[in-house]
Design a binder for this molecule. Structure first.
Ligand SMILES: C[S@@+](CC[C@H](N)C(=O)[O-])C[C@H]1O[C@@H](n2cnc3c(N)ncnc32)[C@H](O)[C@@H]1O
Length: 384
């Protein structure tokens, strides 16, 4: 489909700055078809393990086409559009327009089909895009310069596409600088407060990857957590999701009030641990909790927290971090064997969620593998 055939489908008001509801609808009709992605965008995927399908309550989502074992890298994508983050939003919009103008037609179509959250727009977006249009000439797919109404239509589409970019872009690094990119299949993954997958930019292979955190059954939907706050209760999660993504979460944890108890307990344990790590200067007195007195008590709490996370199905990087804390505390308590056991658990989670490329985490033993190697070295020197 060329760009001209989309043109009648946009009905964005131009003068008053408002964004009518249909400005956020995809530009083409049936979302379940034509999710174009050139084969060079996905690498290291020996077989297609996932596909985009319609859901009942969350638009489209990503689903497993067969059984997927825990720790599998289900996506390894290159961005369809990416850029370094400028300081000012108007500059971001300006750069976006320039990038978009150079994008291939199939990538523009792919971008246009993605979800746009109307809440992402800011006051300066429309003027910044209008300014870019005033300063640049725009051509259609056949190289014909757009004028009058067509040019206006093109500007409206660009505004929506910028909304798509903001809605779906994720943090990456580009030549060592902070940037963001949009990834075709990743953009279709819905949120769950009990995710079964983890995403992240893989510096070593320069790809955006998604790994499943547990065994996945055929036809199961893949979910990530849009929120970093895995311990937070439902009300806080709902507030964040509404404010940043504009939806009411329909995940299994939010539909089942019984699951809240686990979260409450986890956030209390986390609070106690954090207070202890910070010298108990901010002990949350409202909860009438006694601060942790020593490393033994801290280890006990960290261990309880890790067990709770596992029993609640929260296999996240916070779990790896908690095992790492247990390992550090065990070492301080002079139990090297236990420290190694916890370090192995942390590494298992890290491998499962990130993969083996963690060389960039070598500094300060940040990566679990380097921490474990350090402990194993200590053990060898003790035995020598
Ligand atoms: C990045 S998109 C994910 C793909 C999207 N479902 C689509 O159709 O393209 C994010 C949007 O998906 C929907 N969504 C994601 N997770 C959801 C959830 N747990 N409950 C309800 N809607 C959800 C919301 O509309 C949200 O703004």
């Amino acid at each position: 489909m060329d760009s001209a055939s989309h043109m009648e489908q946009l009905h964005m008001k131009d003068q008053d700055g408002s964004f009518p509801a249909d400005s956020t609808s995809p530009e083409s009709g049936d979302e379940s078809i034509a999710l174009s992605q050139s084969s060079s965008d996905i690498i290291e995927q020996p077989e297609v393990m996932v596909e985009v399908r319609k859901t009942d309550t969350m638009g489209v989502g990503l689903f497993a086409t067969g059984k997927i074992p825990r720790g599998t890298r289900v996506l390894s994508e290159k961005a369809i559009i990416q850029m370094i983050d400028p300081v000012y939003r108007s500059e971001l919009a300006n750069r976006f327009c320039t990038k978009l103008a150079r994008l291939s037609q199939d990538r523009i179509e792919t971008l246009s089909q993605l979800h746009c959250n109307p809440q992402v727009f800011k006051g300066e977006d429309r003027p910044a895009i209008a300014k870019w249009y005033n300063e640049n000439s725009v051509t259609d797919a056949h190289g014909q310069e757009l004028k009058g109404k067509k040019r206006q239509e093109s500007r409206k589409k660009t505004l929506r596409r910028f909304g798509v970019f903001i809605t779906n872009s994720s943090g990456i690094t580009l030549d060592g600088q902070v940037g963001r990119g949009v990834f075709t299949l990743f953009s279709r993954i819905n949120h769950s407060c009990v995710p079964n997958a983890r995403y992240g930019w893989n510096e070593a292979i320069q790809r955006f990857t998604v790994h499943v955190s547990r065994d996945i059954e055929p036809d199961e939907q893949i979910f990530i957590s849009y929120l970093p706050l895995t311990y937070e209760g439902r009300a806080k999660r709902a507030e964040q999701l509404e404010a940043n993504w504009g939806f009411e979460c329909a995940c299994e944890a939010c539909r089942d009030p019984a699951r809240e108890m686990g979260r409450v307990k986890m956030s209390i344990l986390q609070l106690l641990l954090t207070s202890y790590e910070q010298g108990n200067t901010h002990v949350p007195r409202i909860m009438e909790l006694d601060p942790l007195k020593n490393r033994g008590e801290a280890l006990d709490i960290a261990n309880q927290l890790a067990k709770l996370m596992v029993s609640e199905g929260l296999v996240t990087m916070e779990l790896a971090k908690t095992y790492r804390t247990c390992s550090q505390l065990s070492l301080w308590l002079d139990d090297l064997d236990e420290a190694i056991e916890y370090a192995e658990k942390a590494l298992d989670i890290e491998r499962c969620l990130i993969g083996p490329e963690t060389e960039h985490l070598r500094e300060d033993d940040l990566g679990c593998q380097y921490w474990l190697e350090k402990l194993q070295g200590l053990k060898r020197s003790q035995e020598a």
